[in-house]
Design a protein around this ligand. Structure first.
Ligand code: SAM
Length: 175
């Protein structure tokens, strides 16, 4: 299993084989190894990562794009996924990214991010660096509030698989 493969495995388990997928902020498209490649599209704003993705997954469809303004019409994909991006955004951008993920998805949104630790931060450093925010500062409660306030959301369940990391499954209302 590739490094940290369990994250992608846990996400892929929540996707049906026939589902079309948009992987938002896909990086080098690690999730692509765990889903049907022909159903997969990735977007990221770092072209160097997309070059690696294309090399590692011949035939993959990945485009340059911004998670805060996705170039797709509403309901364009069955499932949208965002792993390890919300905690890198400026606080004011988090609601925008969540709303975009929900807008372009038809059935389900899957997110996974590192949360602010519940019991102190002694072992987990909270830093802000040049490459953006690296946090552990996102509060699960506020993310849940944002999700539940979107009228397209039917239900949101959290599956905890690993210390600090969980998979949030957001099911959407049918048309
Ligand atoms: C920690 S990596 C996660 C990559 C991938 N999702 C994964 O789980 O392997 C964070 C990624 O978010 C991308 N990113 C950050 N902000 C973005 C934005 N506003 N739009 C698109 N990509 C963004 C970065 O280029 C980087 O590839």
């Amino acid at each position: 299993m590739p490094y940290h493969g369990f994250y992608y495995e846990h996400i892929a388990r929540e996707i049906e084989e026939s589902d079309t997928i948009l992987d938002v902020a896909c990086g080098i498209a690690k999730l692509a190894s765990f889903v049907k490649l022909s159903n997969y599209v990735g977007v990221d704003f770092t072209p160097e990562f997309l070059t690696v993705a294309r090399k590692e997954h011949p035939g993959i469809v990945v485009w340059e794009g911004n998670a805060l303004s996705l170039a797709f019409i509403d309901n364009n994909f069955d499932v949208t996924v965002a792993r390890a991006i919300l905690e890198h955004l400026a606080p004011k951008s988090v609601p925008v990214a969540i709303s975009e993920l929900i807008r372009v998805a038809k059935k389900r949104v899957i997110i996974s991010f590192f949360k602010r630790p519940r019991f102190g931060s002694a072992r987990i450093k909270i830093t802000k660096n040049k490459g953006g925010w690296f946090s552990n500062r996102l509060r699960g409660e506020s993310v849940m509030e944002l999700i539940k306030s979107n009228p397209k959301v039917k239900d949101c369940t959290i599956k905890n698989h690993h210390l600090q990391s969980s998979v949030w499954i957001i099911d959407l209302v049918e048309d």
